[in-house]
Design a protein around this ligand. Sequence first.
Ligand SMILES: [Ca+2]
Ligand SMILES: [Ca+2]
Length: 384
Amino acid sequence: MTALWDNLRMARSKFLAIALIVIGVTAGIGFALMTRQQQAPRATAPTAIEPAAGEFLPTIQTPAAAPRPAPEGMAWIPGGEFSMGAADPLGKDANVVGMQATEDSRPIHRIYVDGFWMDQTEVTNRQFAQFVKATGYVTVAERAPTAEEFPDAPPENLVAGSVVFSPPDHEVPLDTHYRWWSYVPGANWRHPAGPDSNLDGRDNYPVVHIAYQDAEAYAKWAGKRLPTEAEWEFAARGGLSGALYAWGNEFLVDGRFMANTHQGHFPNEDTHADAHDGIAPVAQFPANGYGLHDVAGNIWEWTSDWYRPDYYAGLAAGGVARNPRGPESSFDPGEPGVAKRVHRGGSFLCTEQYCSRYMVGTRGKGEPSTGTNHLGIRLVKDAP
Ligand SMILES: [Ca+2]
Ligand SMILES: [Ca+2]
């Protein structure tokens, strides 16, 4: 369990408080928790979580057609009522770390969402570059952190940068993500792997190193918004009910991979049996039932909901929840004091050895100022 949650504990504050380019540090270091200057809501600890047995009922799609042709690159998501959440996969050993992903995705509960349009792909570098060109926007990763924001960070660590996957060349214990994640000065959306990397030939790749406020700024410019967690899952399920994956219950379909995930021993070896070692251009895999590509894998996607592991239990107690917008506050028992938003879909680094969040009902979470090179955005637009 510890290893599973570790991958979702990344926060700039913690990287900046230790040292830059840290790989293979000894496990068990006590990282001082620092207070962010963000508008984090007051949070209270949840009571004991009692994942209840859930039941998947059929999805009832709203019959009305799209109100008008979809905006370019978007698909109409009809809305309706569905069963949200994830059960433990049948036949999977609950002791395999990567398969313990569903505890905070229960109980299965009934949700209604209105229809909306959704980007068919993750937002690309080409699209984000248009936004930056038009507005001059500077992302969080491109700004130097300040001593006011990060009072516990040594002054020499206050340099602009972001968190980059930096795999070791040998097997390592999966006990701390600092063995394969590094804060790299100069890493940002234009330089996804660090200052020596660039976007040449990568127009059609997802933009990464996007903090939550960057996502909001882009969305405002584009006339769109981030999806709620419920909207994201309704869309990702593509009309199916209770399926493990966005396309059904089998990971491979006729021997074919359906998403960009990680094969081989994590984190040191990616055998890329799915044909993509690391991040892939968008839409290299088949779309789901609503025409959406890469809702599973490639990069994680921000949603607008705050994260709490007990949120679903509260919703389940109230019958069908209509257009839920997330809890008022965030709480992560694995990292109390760090407010987080929900991430969905998993990434090119997800593997059943460690993080199987490409399963459609499962949840991720992240500190809003922390972008990484496997986190980006997909937006929605309301019907008029
Ligand atoms: Ca892959
Ligand atoms: Ca994705």
